[in-house]
Design a protein around this ligand. Structure first.
Ligand code: PLP
Length: 391
C-alpha cells in the first residue's frame, strides 16, 4: 500500500511544526473572547505569570503575536542599534540567519563560526571577546535545529556577562524539551515559543527578558514603536490593567495556557526525561543500522531532534518521500547548508514518546532499503527497544 502525497500522514515526527497535545487543541477551541473583556485580560496576565517560573526570566515573560521568528527579529531590531558591535556565534543555519537581523540598524557584526556538525567552544568565545573588547551584544542559537546540535549557552553566557555584553539566545526548539531557561543560559534575551517542545501550533513568541535587556531597548534609539516588531509597546501588556497595543492571538493564548498546565502537571523533569529517552533510543536504532549521526559527537546531539547523515548515493528528498509514501510518516529535511545532507526526526512535545523512535527507525530503515541502501532493520529496532527497556 502507498499513501498519496495528499493523504494525511499517520505520524508527523518533524522538528516543527509539531503535533499539538490534545489538551492544547481543547484549549484552542475555547470561546474567543473580546480582547478587552476583563475575563480575557485576566487570562492573558495569568498565562504570562505562569510562564515566569518555567522560563525563569528576571521579568514577567513577554508574548509577541507571531511565531518565534518574530521574537528573534524584534529582539534584534529593539536591542541592537547602529553603535553596537555584535558577535554572532554560528554553528548552524538559524544562527547564520540572525546576522541579517543583527545588522538591520547598521550595527557591525563579527562572527565566530564552526562547521555545522560541531558546536561553539566557550573558550573561543572568551578569546574572541578579549580580542574585541568593543563587542556589546553576543548572539547564539542554543539548539540549531537543522543540525540537531546543542551549544553550551550557559557557559558562553557566563563569559558574555563577565564581559558586560548583552546575551541573546534562540532557544526556540529546546525550551520545554530539556533543562534550559533564561537563568541557566545567562541570557538577557531568551527567545522561544510554544510551537516546538510545548506542543502548540506555530503562532506566538515567548521572550524571557532581563532588566538589562529592558534598559538596553529603552536606550536604543532605533527600537521600533507602533510596529509589529515592537517589544517596548508590549512592556506592560501582561498586566490586566493595561491596554494591548493591538489584538493578541486570543485562541493561541488559551492553547498556551493548556500547554503550560500540562507541562507543570507532568513535571518538567519528567517531560525532559521522555524527550531525552526518545532521542537516545532513536540514535541507538539509527547507529545500530550502520548509519551516522550528523553531530560530530553524540555528546552534543540534541534531545529534541535526531539528525541522521544521508548515506552517500541516496537522494534525501526521495528518501523522505519514500518514508511518507510507504509508511505515512513525515520527517524533516535539513535546511540551507544541511539540506540534502541529513534527515531529522523531531522528538518534541507529544512526539517525545520513546516508542516513536521505533516508528522513525523502522520507517527510515525500510525506505532506505527500498531505495537500494540495505540496512538491518531488525538490529535497528532491537536497539531502540533495548534503549527503552534499559531506562
Ligand atoms: C523553529 C525554530 C525557529 C522558528 O522559526 P521557523 O523557521 O519559522 O520555524 C527559530 N529558531 C529555531 C532554532 C527553530 O528551531
Amino acid at each position: 500500500m502507498r499513501y498519496a502525497p495528499t493523504d494525511s500522514p499517520v505520524f508527523t515526527l518533524t522538528t516543527g511544526p509539531v503535533d499539538a497535545y490534545p489538551a492544547v487543541l481543547r484549549g484552542l477551541a475555547a470561546p474567543v473572547l473580546y480582547d478587552y473583556d476583563p475575563a480575557f485580560q485576566a487570562t492573558y496576565q495569568r498565562v504570562c505569570e505562569k510562564l515566569q517560573p518555567i522560563v525563569k526570566s528576571e521579568t514577567v515573560p513577554l508574548l509577541l503575536q507571531g511565531e518565534p521568528i518574530l521574537g528573534l527579529e524584534a529582539a534584534a531590531a529593539s536591542a541592537i542599534g547602529k553603535d553596537d558591535v555584535v558577535l554572532n556565534l554560528v554553528s548552524g543555519v538559524y544562527a547564520k540567519g540572525f546576522e541579517g537581523w543583527a545588522a538591520r540598524n547598521g550595527a557591525k557584526v563579527l562572527e565566530l563560526a564552526v562547521p555545522y556538525d560541531e558546536v561553539i567552544d566557550p573558550a573561543d568565545v572568551a578569546a574572541m571577546l578579549k580580542q574585541h573588547p568593543e563587542v556589546t551584544v553576543v548572539a547564539a542559537c542554543h539548539h540549531d535545529t537543522p543540525s540537531g546540535t546543542i551549544n553550551p549557552v550557559g557557559e558562553i553566557g557566563a563569559i558574555v556577562q563577565a564581559h558586560g555584553a548583552l546575551f541573546l539566545v534562540d532557544a526556540v526548539s529546546s525550551f520545554g524539551g530539556m533543562a534550559i531557561d533564561a537563568a541557566s543560559a545567562n541570557a538577557d534575551f531568551f527567545i522561544t515559543g510554544p510551537n516546538k517542545c510545548l506542543g502548540c501550533p506555530p503562532a506566538l513568541s515567548i521572550l524571557g527578558l532581563s532588566r538589562k535587556a529592558w534598559a538596553k531597548m529603552k536606550a536604543t534609539a532605533e527600537a521600533p514603536r507602533a510596529s509589529i516588531l515592537s517589544i517596548l509597546d508590549w512592556e506592560d501588556a501582561w498586566k490586566s490593567s493595561e491596554p494591548f497595543p493591538f489584538t493578541p492571538s486570543v485562541a493561541e493564548i488559551n492553547g498556551l495556557e493548556a500547554a503550560i498546565d500540562l507541562y507543570v502537571s507532568e513535571g518538567p523533569e519528567n517531560v525532559w526525561a521522555r524527550h531525552a529517552l526518545t532521542a537516545k533510543a532513536c540514535r541507538a536504532g539509527m547507529q545500530a543500522m550502520g548509519l551516522a549521526l550528523w553531530p560530530k559527537s553524540e555528546g552534543f546531539a540534541s534531545p529534541t531532534a535526531t539528525a541522521v547523515r544521508t548515506p552517500d548515493g541516496i537522494d534525501e528528498a526521495a528518501l523522505r518521500a519514500e518514508v511518507r509514501a510507504r509508511y505515512g510518516v513525515v520527517l524533516s529535511s535539513g535546511r540551507g547548508e544541511t539540506l540534502g545532507r541529513l534527515t531529522r526526526i523531531g522528538h518534541m512535545g507529544p512526539t517525545a514518546q520513546p516508542l516513536y523512535a521505533l516508528v522513525a527507525v523502522a520507517a527510515y530503515g525500510g525506505a532506505l532499503t527500498a531505495l537500494g541502501h540495505s540496512v538491518d532493520i531488525g538490529t535497528g529496532t532491537a536497539a531502540v527497544l533495548a534503549a527503552i527497556d534499559a531506562s
